[in-house]
Ligand binder design. Structure first.
Ligand code: TYM
Length: 332
């Protein structure tokens, strides 16, 4: 059976972008034609300094987010990355396969490092090699992600191809990013040209999965928009990033197309649309956030689930890692 792998960094709280762009779609892919492997990628989080106590909380919060949204540990392998040391090992091997020039083209690194590229961690720079290892350690062929991760999945293909070429094998498969639906790029509520992220400076620019109903309503009410009402057709959203973003979010939450949203709200003012959007968001998120809080009250149970998932992850990945070492000529 083809395998799906995806991961979320425990660096701060989960956002609506993580939910709609990733977790909700992970749940959709579960129990179908794929073996699904979902990871809390804690080793990626520390590419930027994390307070140790915060990292523990965030690791369990991401795991709780997966579980509360419907990732079922009976159907999917759910674990945190640092428990399976093969990720770091294959990450090192891949950092000897990937080229510095490839890393220099990574737009996310350039954005994150900004003018300070000399002062960021070496890990932040090498991060896409570890991400390729996450995926290829399981020979995963399908990787559901938001739009921002597309370039990293493409690099994973390059690493697999170069490894196969350099060692004259047909060992690592080609991986396909699965980037679908209206919410593959959820934007910041204060600036429709920037993506919604865990680390943006103002809390008003994002919806957190643990936000209560009042916070959600307030954030959508204050969300920036242009003054025009909703257009009569989806084409009318083309040059209106903020309006398009709110329509995308509505469509993703309701599991309908943008066309269907516009059909219902053609010509509506924001005074009508925003409260409807907030209500829909609360309807979707309230049961998830209350389940997350319940789970987080019992961290030992979350840790047991992740430890069991890590055992299954090792069963799948140990032979693949051993074979990679063997292909490269290591005596073990
Ligand atoms: P991370 O932790 O930044 O985000 C986790 C997932 O959420 C998606 N996402 C969004 N989708 C739509 N709109 C948004 N505003 C938004 N913000 C985040 C991301 O695209 C991602 O799918 N490098 C990855 C983690 C990773 C990984 C992997 C993913 C490590 N190894 C292997 C897949 C496979 C990251 O930093 O995601």
């Amino acid at each position: 059976t083809p395998r799906v792998f995806s991961g979320i960094k425990p660096s701060g709280g989960l956002t609506l972008g993580n939910y709609l762009g990733a977790i909700k779609r992970f749940v959709d892919m579960q129990g179908g034609d794929f073996e699904t492997i979902y990871c809390v990628v804690d080793m990626h989080a520390v590419t930027v300094w994390q307070d140790p106590a915060d990292l523990r909380v965030a690791t369990r919060e991401v795991a709780a987010g997966y579980l509360a949204a419907g990732v079922d540990p009976e159907k999917s392998v759910l674990f945190n990355q640092s428990r399976v040391t093969g990720h770091a090992e294959l990450g090192w091997l891949f950092s000897c396969v990937a080229r510095v020039g490839w890393m220099n083209r990574m737009t996310q690194f350039k954005d994150k490092a900004g003018k300070n590229a000399e002062a960021v961690s070496l890990g932040l720079y090498a991060y896409p090699a570890l991400m390729a290892a996450d995926i290829l350690l399981y020979h995963a062929t399908h990787v559901p992600v938001g739009e921002d991760q597309k370039q990293h999945v493409e690099l994973t293909r390059d690493i697999a191809a170069k490894f196969n070429h350099d060692y004259k094998v047909d060992f690592f498969p080609q991986t396909n990013p699965v980037i679908e639906g209206p919410a593959m790029r959820v934007m910041n509520l204060r600036d429709g040209t920037k993506k919604m992220s865990k680390s943006g400076e103002s809390d008003m620019e994002r919806i957190n999965m643990l936000d209560d109903a009042d916070a959600i309503a307030k954030k959508f009410k204050k969300a920036r928009t242009d003054p025009a009402p909703l257009p009569e057709t989806v084409e009318g959203l083309a040059d209106r990033p903020e309006a398009r973003n709110l329509v995308n979010i509505y469509a993703a939450l309701a599991d309908i197309t943008n066309e269907a949203v516009i059909e219902e709200y053609a010509g509506a003012g924001w005074g009508r649309f925003k409260p409807a959007l907030a209500e829909l968001a609360v309807e979707n998120l309230a049961p998830i956030s209350s389940e997350m809080k319940r789970l987080m009250d019992d961290p030992a149970e979350i840790d047991r689930i992740m430890a069991r998932g890590a055992e299954r992850a090792r069963e799948i990945s140990d032979p693949i890692l051993a074979k990679a070492y063997d292909i490269m000529g290591f005596v073990r």
